[in-house]
Design a protein around this ligand. Structure first.
Ligand code: MG
Length: 159
């Protein structure tokens, strides 16, 4: 059995007046992440985990933030492109486990919708896409609501 494990992490600064995309879902509220793309921190961590599992460098290598083609791009498109690279090499996702660190808004109510969207994009079922959320206990930049962070691990199996 050919198994590969991957890990990814991403951080984005939060500012007033930005749309907040997380795991392909728009969160309510007035703050959101700043970035060259739509700054979906969960999808970016997931892309890095998938790429890392097959030693394919990182998201910035494939989609540079200096490239105008990726300005404001929907991160679900980046994830679709990453999945093409995974499938081309004959692998599929066994499961992924992700954690989002965000003080507010609350992530938990949106997790089922994120699982549906991400499972569809990765050709799997929602029960194989674990998403967890925690706050940073009001400590440091994350706890002060200045930034959002996501971690992801994934397991790929060769068909
Ligand atoms: Mg990012």
């Amino acid at each position: 059995m050919d198994l590969r494990i991957g890990f990814g992490v991403d951080v984005h600064r939060l500012e007033d007046g930005r749309k907040f995309m997380l795991g392909g879902v728009e969160l309510p509220g007035t703050i959101g992440p700043v970035g060259h793309s739509d700054a979906d921190v969960l999808i970016h961590a997931l892309c890095d985990a998938l790429l890392g599992a097959l030693n394919l460098r990182d998201i910035g290598f494939h989609f540079p933030d200096t490239d105008p083609r990726y300005k404001g791009i929907d991160s679900t498109i980046l994830l679709q492109n990453v999945m093409v690279l995974i499938k081309e090499r004959g692998y599929r996702l066994q499961n992924t486990d992700c954690t989002v660190i965000l003080e507010q808004p609350k992530v938990n109510p949106h997790i089922p919708a994120m699982q549906e969207i991400l499972a569809r994009l990765m050709d799997t079922t929602p029960d194989r896409v674990s998403i967890k959320a925690t706050t940073h206990e009001k400590v440091d930049s994350f706890g002060e609501g200045k930034a959002v962070k996501a971690y992801a691990v994934c397991l790929l199996m060769k068909d």
